[in-house]
Design a protein around this ligand. Structure first.
Ligand code: SAH
Length: 459
């Protein structure tokens, strides 16, 4: 059924914003027709220019705010805010938390039809800025100097910035210093359109608990000009550096890292801790970008797993085994499954690093490996899942329902797929006891949740 679009392109209209989209844009409804307007906040009355109209929804630009939201805060760098991954920076932290918590409650009711589920107040950060322990920034050239920052969406244009409110100061400093050194050494930047030039990205990672810094330079060419001087200057200017790595990516691709990696100076890895668990992080390893809140999340997961030391636990979508190792501190045995073989190698190495002998890791798809284990007669008392945004595979959910672990702990980075999967598990005999949202990524629209499900007796 097509309906009449109540506004036209270039119209100026007065609106009241009712909601925020998942990208953090304001939503106004004109006779039920949604108009998405970047920077509009719920409750605000504003004048908007209509930019584009589609059949089901349109886009607008904020012209003037008549009545401001009490949660609006003034911010400086609007480009970073718009494109640099800090979409909620114009909302006070209290407002951000409220928005995220509401979003979780709404989708659990709307998509999951979980009317009476307990959703706890979201756990936020005491200091919600400068938390990211990793940056990988594209490098370009302007007026004969190197620039680095982020691509404007749908363009090859790089915005030169080194002051991110979400990155750790050590990371901002490292990127800036390496950029300046490379600029002075006249190392040419890579040019995306012509696929010529040398330096593609600068990456920095920092172990917040250990104070160890890693710098990775990613080039198109196998040769890195002025390699020795580059190393010498990085070591001189960044005293926390423990590892300098060169990665070669000769392909025409927007994947950042290439296949060839060599250590230029120092160790191959840096170390960090989440709680008491130690992790070795290489240039290519996945590692949580906000370890402070990761600990908050995993502590909850551990609490919800409610382990006595006797249980056998499966950790599906285990990555480098972060949750598995947390659980292994309290369980009899933990089996981790993950599709990326390199992550499984990291997981095994990390188990060894921590002297944990009660873990086993398998590379493969959770929806293939776990049903196979079950068919072979293996089961688990507790099953933990931490899937990517698309949620759990249906085949895995069906196996959980048949396998009947007493508890399921569901860690999720997407409330919509969480709600969908909780409904399937509820219909299969589980009860969602509680859901705890955790703010892992302040200033962004992302929200994480951990939920506890128990098998209802008689199932
Ligand atoms: N639990 C980990 C990582 C969670 S991210 C941590 O907390 O660090 C989700 C992980 O699921 C990624 O590592 C991704 O590679 C993996 N993954 C995606 N699809 C998968 C599948 N079908 N089976 C198993 N793992 C999968």
């Amino acid at each position: 059924m097509s309906r009449i679009v109540p506004v036209n392109k270039n119209d100026y209209i007065d609106v009241v914003f009712e909601d925020l989209t998942h990208d953090g844009a304001g939503v106004a409804k004109i006779d039920g027709y949604p108009l998405f307007v970047p920077n509009g906040l719920p409750g605000e009355k504003a004048k908007v220019k209509v930019i584009k109209t589609g059949k089901g929804y349109g886009f607008g630009r904020l012209v003037e705010i008549y009545e401001k939201s009490p949660y609006r805060v003034e911010i400086e760098s609007s480009e970073f805010h718009k494109y640099g991954g800090c979409q909620l920076e114009h909302i006070s932290y209290e407002g951000q938390l409220k928005y995220k918590e509401n979003q979780v409650r709404q989708v659990l009711t709307r998509i999951g039809k979980l009317e009476d589920v307990v959703v706890h107040p979201i756990l936020g950060m005491d200091n919600p800025v400068h938390y990211r322990n990793k940056a990988q920034v594209p490098v370009g050239e302007k007026d004969g100097k190197l620039i680095a920052g982020f691509f404007k969406p749908r363009s090859h244009e790089i915005v030169d910035t080194n002051e991110s409110v979400i990155q750790l100061p050590e990371i901002n400093e490292a990127v800036q210093v390496v950029k300046e050194i490379c600029s002075e050494l006249r190392i040419p930047a890579y040019h995306e359109e012509s696929h010529k030039g040398v330096l593609r990205h600068i990456m920095a990672r920092y172990g917040q608990q250990t104070g160890e810094l890693m710098v990775v330079v990613i080039t198109r060419t196998a040769d890195l000009p002025h390699k020795d001087k580059l190393v010498e200057q990085i070591v001189a200017q960044l005293p926390k550096v423990k590892s300098i790595v060169h990665n070669v990516n000769s392909k025409r691709t927007n994947v950042i890292m290439g296949e060839k990696t060599n250590v230029l100076w120092g160790n191959e890895v840096i170390y960090d801790f989440i709680g008491d668990v130690k992790f070795a992080i290489s240039a290519l390893s996945f590692y949580q970008v906000n370890p402070v809140q990761t600990k908050v999340l995993y502590d909850k997961a551990l609490e919800y797993a409610d382990l006595s030391g006797e249980e056998s636990v499966i950790d599906a979508y285990c990555g480098i085994g972060t949750i598995s190792l947390f659980l292994a501190q309290k369980a009899r045995k933990v089996f981790g499954v993950e599709v990326v073989p390199e992550a499984i190698e990291d997981a095994k190495r990390n188990a060894e690093l921590n002297g944990m002998t009660n873990t086993e890791f398998a590379a493969g798809e959770a929806e293939v490996v776990i049903p196979k284990w079950y068919k072979e007669g293996n089961s688990a008392d507790v099953l933990v899942v931490d899937p990517p945004r698309k949620g759990c595979d249906e085949a895995l959910l069906q196996t959980i329902i048949e396998m009947k672990p007493k508890k399921v702990v569901y860690v999720s980075c997407n409330p919509a797929t969480l709600a969908r999967d909780l409904r399937i598990l509820e219909d299969g005999g589980y009860k969602t006891v509680e859901v705890q949202p955790v703010d892992m990524f302040p200033m962004t629209t992302h929200v994480e949740c951990v939920s506890q499900l128990v098998l209802v007796e008689g199932n």
